[in-house]
Write a new protein. Sequence first.
Length: 297
Amino acid sequence: MSNRIMLFVGCFLLGFGLQAQMDVPILLTKTYKKVKYAPEQGARFSKVEGTKSLSPEGVLKLKGKSTARLYCNGTFKELEGKGNYSVAELFEDELRYAPMGFSNVFNDRLMAAIGGPKGSDTTAVSSGWGNKKFDIIGQTPIGKTTAGQPLTFRWQSKEELPEYTFTIEDKSGKTLYSTTVSKKQLALNLAEQGLEANMAYAWKVTQPGEGGASSNKFYFSVVSEEEKAEVMKALQEEEAYQQAEPLMKKLMEAAYLEDAEFYYAADTAYEEAAKMDKGGLPEEMYKAFVRRRQRDE
């Protein structure tokens, strides 16, 4: 192999390795007793607790009985006992390769919250998000759901109205359900309205009467309980999920459900995780999900 080809291959591999490292977040998920962190060698240490994003250049300092748990690219690592620990050295192997499968999905959602290069906040209007061109803006992402899933539909309007007409249509535009409410939300059990699995539907909100304010149509699909169960089964078979503590499990569930387009269930999981760690990374992940949800409003 010529020197020029070897140089090209070397530069390619170096670039791939740097890109992989940039796109792979590292989390401190749990601490016990005093744990300190410096964002780079020689920087000042300060007390740190999970859940927090760490820099590969960072250093953790533990006292004699302190412990810490970290996550990176599908791998958990435990630290115990007095010492200084280089974050990059702890995950030397994990930072060398680009994530795949579940790790890639979860990393994208983490990076969107952290503010890194991956995890762009993009969503299609047809997935059930709102649209600012309309006077009434839907705020309930659905995507896929099951007929037995109780849903609360929420919306906002540019002007306060005394009443709103909520409607569900089939894919041909035929009205299957319609009701008028005074609030900007409606709790509904789809099974009670006769919505069936493996069918597409749309919901919208209008002002009663001719020519009044209106929302876009927000499309969603009803799927079988088995399809959602298969999604959760696949997640539960992931080694990282099996090793995760409750908060990390909830975040992984949210990310996996979102990736499978079960947006309503994902919204619920993100919100529950945010309540488990107020003001921390889970709350930022929920905010990032909301940004994706509202992008096209």
